[in-house]
Design a protein around this ligand. Structure first.
Ligand code: F6P
Length: 467
């Protein structure tokens, strides 16, 4: 029997949620839950731009937080540049939007090295390092160069496109081969894992002895696996139940005057398929006049990455589109779309989900999409709503009992909305039960424990063993 305690968990991500901060995006909320449960250190960008090079440290309950500011140049080249104008569109299959500049790649590498230098000062020999997302792909190789021998895992929250798309990125090999410096690379779905395996096997001369056991051309071995991220299902269900007593929920409920609510909640990002979603809704209004005044669509879309031009553009496009639809169909006593550009506390959102007959989640591509899962977990078991879900969200792999649609097909979106709005209670109930079973069996704890157990397992292999 071993009484060996697992080492401290060190989570490394660009965006972190400091104590008391409301986080947007799946990554921060998932890591908040993970660290609160297990304790450890969370290291990342402070969210501020300045020339202050010092680390900021705070502790809250069992979690230590260490952050640092980015200089203007690093922010522009690393965050607003290579991460969000090159990698983000590439990883979301949007080659048309990829902006590649050599200076941005240099800034990305330089800032990853800065993360590594800061982190080095905080590390202990037994620490288990867990790096998150596309901002920090090369950090493990930089830590290895600096002598770090700890177990290091990486989880990609976004999709990974097929190798044929990845190779469009100039110098793709310099970046992607560094994934081999991790001990374990986690992906959201089997499709993403296949893309990684194909890339290493067919594009850069790696080998694979068994599924998920890869060797890079430089000889370094690593493992890769599928770990679909999830939510704290029990907590979300309880929060939604308790939210019924909140003033905000009562206000929404009263404002609906018995109309069926359709809800969408997304960061204002072009990958979320919002213009297509609005067109799908307009299509429904056009062909189902009997639904006018009977329904209301609430789209919540807090602005993110406002420094990136493509995000400013999508905001303008959506304002125009919402205005156009309301102009066409609104009546003195009815507004078809309520388009709200702000964020809400998590508890309020779960209450909104519970009051919505339809959850409309239609990204063009999405790593997982935790809104889809939270919508399901928030429902009233006696009278659940229906999830209309893009087949291009990672969540579609786990939730086949949602109404799955292709978001580019506006008629299909309209069909699914109509079907959901008219669906009998019995069907809503069995669909909801099937989805809820999945989420109860696979929640945020299963995800975290599964990943960390697999990472610890890699540790037991003799360092020099052959594949
Ligand atoms: O969940 C995906 C993700 O890209 C995270 O990596 C990121 O932190 C989050 O969305 C929000 O984006 P940002 O950090 O750019 O505000």
């Amino acid at each position: 029997m071993s009484d060996h305690k697992p080492g401290r968990l060190v989570v490394i991500s660009n965006r972190i949620a400091l104590p008391g901060q409301t986080s947007t995006g799946g990554l921060a909320s998932a890591m908040q839950a993970t660290l609160q449960e297990r304790g450890g250190l969370w290291f990342g960008w402070s969210g501020k731009v300045s020339n202050n090079e010092k680390l900021h440290r705070v502790s809250h309950e069992s979690v230590d937080y260490a952050t640092f500011d980015l200089s203007r140049q690093d922010h522009d080249e690393f965050y607003a540049g290579f991460a969000n104008r090159t990698l983000w569109p590439l990883l979301h299959f949007r080659l048309d939007m990829v902006d590649y500049q050599r200076s941005h790649l240099d800034g990305y590498m330089r800032t990853n090295a800065l993360f590594a230098d800061h982190l080095l000062k905080l590390l202990k020999p037994d620490d288990i390092l867990w790096v998150h997302d596309y901002h920090l792909i090369p950090i493990a190789s930089m830590l290895r160069e600096r002598g770090v021998k700890n177990r290091i895992g990486f989880f990609l929250h976004t999709p990974l496109p097929p190798a044929a798309l990845l190779i469009v990125l100039p110098k793709h090999r310099d970046l992607l081969e560094t994934l081999a410096s991790y001990d374990l690379v986690g992906l959201q779905t089997a499709r993403d894992l296949r893309a990684l395996e194909d890339y290493f096997l067919y594009e850069i001369g790696g080998t694979m002895r068994k599924a998920g056991r890869l060797r890079a051309a430089n000889g370094r071995r690593f493992r890769a696996g599928v770990f679909p991220i999830s939510i704290d299902t029990t907590l979300v269900a309880q929060t939604a139940h308790d939210a019924e007593s909140l003033e905000e929920i009562e206000q929404l409920h009263n404002s609906l005057e018995g109309r069926a609510l359709i809800i969408g909640v997304d960061r204002l990002d072009y990958s979320k398929g919002l213009p297509e979603r609005f067109r799908g809704y307009a299509h429904l209004l056009e062909r189902a006049p009997e639904l006018h005044r009977q329904i209301s669509f609430l789209q919540i879309a807090p602005t993110t990455r406002g420094v990136v031009p493509e995000y400013r553009q999508i905001r303008k496009d959506l304002e125009r589109s919402a205005g156009h639809i309301n102009g066409m169909y609104a009546a003195p006593d009815w507004v078809p779309i309520r388009y709200v550009n702000q964020s809400f506390p998590h508890s309020v959102l779960t209450g909104y989900y519970r009051n919505a007959r339809v959850g409309l989640v239609t990204p063009l591509r999405d790593g997982m999409n935790l809104v889809a899962k939270e919508y399901v977990a928030s429902q009233d078991p006696e009278n659940p709503g229906i999830l209309v879900l893009s087949r291009f969200a990672g969540a579609a792999f786990e939730l086949p009992d949602a109404l799955l649609i292709n978001p580019a097909d506006t008629a299909e979106v309209a069909d699914a909305l109509e079907r959901a709005l008219k669906m009998p209670l019995k069907e809503r109930q069995w669909r909801w039960r099937a989805m809820m079973n999945v989420l109860e069996n696979h929640d945020i704890n299963t995800w975290r424990n599964g990943f960390l157990a697999a990472l610890a397992d890699v540790q037991t292999e003799p360092v020099n063993s052959q594949n």
